[in-house]
Design a protein around this ligand. Structure first.
Ligand code: NAP
Length: 311
């Protein structure tokens, strides 16, 4: 049985948890832990930040020692894209140095690492979906810190699967779905950017794919050439405005009051860190290698809204 370990910031601290009932927070990892119990071949072990702080090598060593994973998944990151512009040291300490330390600890035990990265390693100016062989050119501190994290993981652990994804949303944590459906409660019209495009990725769909990759690694299906960098995001493309529209349509079908959405340009919503115009990832390599394609983003929206509007 694969023992998949991931640092979980909001999990029960210092314990082996399966499944982990996280009280709040976290998009990608909570989904991962929720999905794991349905896979009998995978036992997911989550370490809370207090038990596994990726900036503290001793805590990493302790957690690896306590949990004895056979595969390690790193979902911990500094994800405040705007704040990173003025908080460079913190972004690099987590996204580069923490990523290296975590991957190196796995390597010392001859354990593969699955590491999450982002479309922010690209500047978003390409007029077509990004493929893995495109030269990264981050336009933000956050993107640079994640790119250097990728380099660090590759250097630290030859057995790595780096998964770049984007526009992750889900029913828990601070993300576009929870924020925008919450914002609509005020009833005022919402202005949403319509000139940035990407592939919305439903966290539980991403989690299921990560667990499938972990299962293949553990079954020995991933030969030497399978280690590397992949793009994996939801199937289909839209804008933030399109994503919001789909969310409110689903919510309206479930009896929620309608909301007026006003499309605006990025220039009308200035942010400290520039947002990529194009965040679209070509996921063909992931599908070729693992036989996995994430479901259409609209399926994720339907499930997410159902979960957020139940009860
Ligand atoms: N969300 C997206 O749209 C998106 C897109 C592309 C890629 N990704 C990647 O997916 C991964 C997970 O992102 P997410 O959306 O799930 O982000 P998230 O909700 O912000 O989760 C990141 C987690 O890392 C934890 N963390 C912070 N410092 C830590 C430390 N020193 N040691 C251990 N854990 C620590 C945070 O805990 P606290 O909450 O306690 O600070 C937080 O729970 C990241 O690598 C991110 O770059 C996300």
């Amino acid at each position: 049985m694969a023992r998949t370990m991931a640092p979980l910031a909001h999990g029960r601290e210092g314990s082996v948890c399966e499944p982990v009932a996280t009280p709040r927070g976290l998009t990608a990892l909570r989904a991962l832990i929720e999905a794991a119990p349905s896979r009998s071949e995978i036992k997911a072990l989550a370490a809370g930040r207090a038990a596994l702080d990726v900036r503290d090598p001793r805590s990493i060593e302790r957690a690896f020692g306590d949990l004895s994973p056979t595969i390690a998944v790193n979902t911990a990151a500094y994800t405040a894209v705007d704040k990173a512009e003025t908080d460079q040291d913190a972004a690099f300490s987590l996204n580069r140095d923490g990523a290296r330390a975590f991957a190196a600890a796995a390597a010392r035990r001859n354990i593969p690492v699955i590491h999450l990265s982002t479309h922010y390693v690209f500047d978003g100016t390409k007029p077509a979906p990004y493929v893995e062989s495109d030269a990264p050119r981050p336009a933000t501190v956050f993107g640079r810190s994640k790119l250097e994290g990728e380099h660090a993981v590759r250097d630290a652990n030859p057995q790595h699967v780096i998964i770049r994804t984007g526009w992750v949303f889900g029913p828990t944590g601070q993300n576009f779905a929870t924020k925008i459906l919450g914002a609509a409660d005020g009833g005022a019209p919402l202005r949403v950017v319509s000139d940035q495009h990407g592939n919305p990725t439903y966290a539980p769909h991403l989690a299921a794919a990560i667990l499938d990759v972990a299962r293949m690694i553990s079954a020995g299906d991933l030969r030497g050439s399978g280690w590397g960098t992949y793009h994996a995001s939801g199937t289909g493309v839209t804008s933030w405005h399109g994503l919001a529209g789909e969310m409110f349509e689903c919510a309206a079908k479930r009896g929620r009051r309608g909301v007026l959405l006003e499309p605006i340009a990025s220039a009308d919503y200035p942010t400290q860190a520039p947002r990529p115009k194009n965040s679209e990832l070509d996921c063909a390599k992931f599908e070729r290698t693992f036989g996995l394609r994430l479901p259409a983003w609209q399926q994720g929206v339907a499930d997410c809204v159902a979960r957020l509007t139940t009860g």
